[in-house]
Design a protein around this ligand. Structure first.
Ligand code: NAD
Length: 497
């Protein structure tokens, strides 16, 4: 199958205008929004949203491409995946800097994110082998009768993704969807559409057949047009819990496959056996990395028993060393929040926590960057005396705020961890295997870290939470992705001549 260039198209995205990619670069017809650099307050570019007609065009293009792509052997399909890996590798530096500019994260965080995204492309390159799992033949199930199961792709899949990992999260879905033989439409976050432009330059350079991999920009209306389109077979979603719930219910009611990853409220627990000199930098990275805007951030830290005082002092020292600034500056540890509204929301949470009785031990509320007063910066903040009945102990903060709490023993700490409506992740700091085992067994979360503060699974394992952090059954990445993007057909055969 070769790529046709019949449609009018440009060869590359203009960096100052985020466009769609539907069988090539196209311009959608909806309203235009400005993309603001969160560190400087300056306008970076514009994004134009997709109307229902633009979405219908994208679905038609992807639907038209499906038959030919399904007919393409998995061995040939993964050649495009290999090329995509190389094209992404070649653009790593450029994507990392674009990501830092539009999102605010440090260049080091952005580079790490891209690596984790590419890791999924690498895993999906093994698709011919992965497709064998769950397929197979059993001979002679009855006299002269054989029975087999084969995996088959389903059609057009879409992924609707959040702002906090604009390069990595699309790659939790895109390579698996297309390597299994489906066609794909990405809907990036309207807050950070520029990194996707560069990812799609890589897609374009990998020369996928026209219509196999597509991109539509937009907000809720664009998502709704995708969710309700008859020719969309399934939806992958990552974002906040209320939207995840909405996507799950709406897409399921439309008869589509759906996997919807929601928000989080993650706790870390530190016991007396933990190695504090390793534990503290690990916790600091988890809480303040990405300015706290990470679904795996442990924003509540519970010291168990006597370890509390030592832990507290060490955390205070470490917080003192953090440098706040634009992510593009090499010395920066904590970048800005994504929008001024996000900053206001987090400030409100801190105020409410103080009103509810928490002690503000490190106050980052008045931080102003000398060079960039318009940036959405918030200094690292630490609240002490946080208890599970406070709102801040139950609601995702998504900002550079650490809530310190204490527990008498591990049982009490685990009850605190399980008190929230979420179940994305949790970390335990210990050197005792029995404590680690109890934690894994009793904590109701999809991802557990033992002395690991950001327990993001490798691409060859699945990734997803529980409770209010996930709606669906098959998670992202690895074998779950293959199951999500394929159905298994049974064939029972016998012949009479
Ligand atoms: P969000 O829910 O506001 O937006 C996510 C996506 O949904 C965007 O593409 C957006 O355009 C779309 N959207 C927003 N409102 C919509 C609506 N009413 N109808 C249809 N579509 C809508 O999330 P966000 O602020 O971009 O991301 C932060 C959230 O994502 C946090 O809660 C974080 O925990 C979560 N997250 C979860 C994971 C995970 O693996 N569970 C990973 C990353 C982020």
């Amino acid at each position: 199958m070769t790529k046709s260039h019949e449609q009018p198209r440009t060869t590359t995205a203009e960096p100052d205008f985020a466009r769609n990619y539907v069988g090539g670069w196209t311009e959608p017809n909806g309203e235009t929004e400005e993309i603001i650099n969160p560190a400087t307050g300056e306008k970076l570019a514009q994004v134009r949203y997709s109307t229902a007609d633009d979405v219908a065009d994208a679905v038609r293009t992807a639907h038209d491409a499906f038959e030919g792509w399904r007919d393409t052997s998995p061995v040939e399909r993964v050649q495009y995946i290999f090329r995509l890996k190389q094209e992404l590798e070649d653009r790593q530096e450029e994507i990392a800097r674009a990501l830092s500019r539009e999102h605010g994260k440090t260049v080091a965080e952005a580079s790490g994110e891209i690596r984790r995204g590419i890791e999924n492309v690498e895993v999906a390159a093994g698709m011919p082998n992965m497709l064998r799992e769950g397929s197979g033949v059993v001979e002679g199930v009855a006299p002269e009768m054989d029975e087999s199961a084969v995996r088959q792709p389903l059609g057009v899949f879409t992924a609707v993704v959040p702002f906090n990992f604009p390069a990595m999260i699309p790659l939790w879905f895109l390579p698996y969807a297309v390597a299994t033989g489906n066609t794909f439409i990405l809907k990036p976050s309207e807050k950070v559409p520029l990194s996707s432009q560069l990812i799609f330059e890589a897609v374009d350079a990998a020369s996928f057949p026209e219509g196999v991999v597509n991109l539509v920009n937009g907000g809720a209306d664009t998502v709704n047009a995708l969710l309700t389109h008859d020719d969309v077979a399934g939806v992958s979603f990552v974002g906040s819990t209320p939207v995840a719930q909405y996507i799950y219910q709406t897409a399921a009611a439309e008869g589509k496959r759906v996997q919807a990853q929601g928000g989080a409220k993650n706790y870390a627990v530190v016991t007396g056996s933990a190695v504090l000199e390793e534990t503290v930098p690990n916790i600091i990275g988890s809480v303040y990395g990405n300015a706290g805007q990470r679904c795996l951030a442990n924003d509540v830290v519970v010291g168990v028993g006597d370890v509390y005082d030592d832990l507290r002092e060490r955390l205070l020292d470490a917080v003192d060393d953090l440098v706040v600034g634009p992510g593009i500056d090499e010395e920066t540890d904590v970048g800005p929040l994504i929008t001024a509204d996000s900053r206001e929301r987090v400030l409100g949470m801190i105020e409410d926590a103080i009103d509810e009785g928490a002690d503000l031990v490190v106050d980052g509320r008045d931080f102003e960057h000398p060079e960039f007063p318009e940036g959405n910066f918030l200094g690292p903040t630490l609240l002490e005396g946080v208890t599970t009945d406070m709102e801040i102990a139950q609601t995702e903060i998504f900002g550079p705020v650490l809530c310190l709490a204490s527990a008498g023993d591990l049982d009490e700490a685990i009850a605190m961890v399980n008190s929230t409506e979420y179940g994305n992740a949790s970390s335990l700091y210990t050197e005792r295997g029995s404590e680690a085992r109890q934690y894994r067994y009793e904590v109701d979360a999809g991802n557990i870290g033992i002395n690991v503060g950001v327990c993001a699974p490798m691409g060859f394992f699945h990734f997803g939470g529980r409770k209010g952090s996930f709606f669906g059954d098959l998670h992202a990445q690895g074998e779950d992705a293959v199951n999500f993007y394929t159905d298994k057909t049974i064939e029972i055969e016998r012949y009479y001549s």
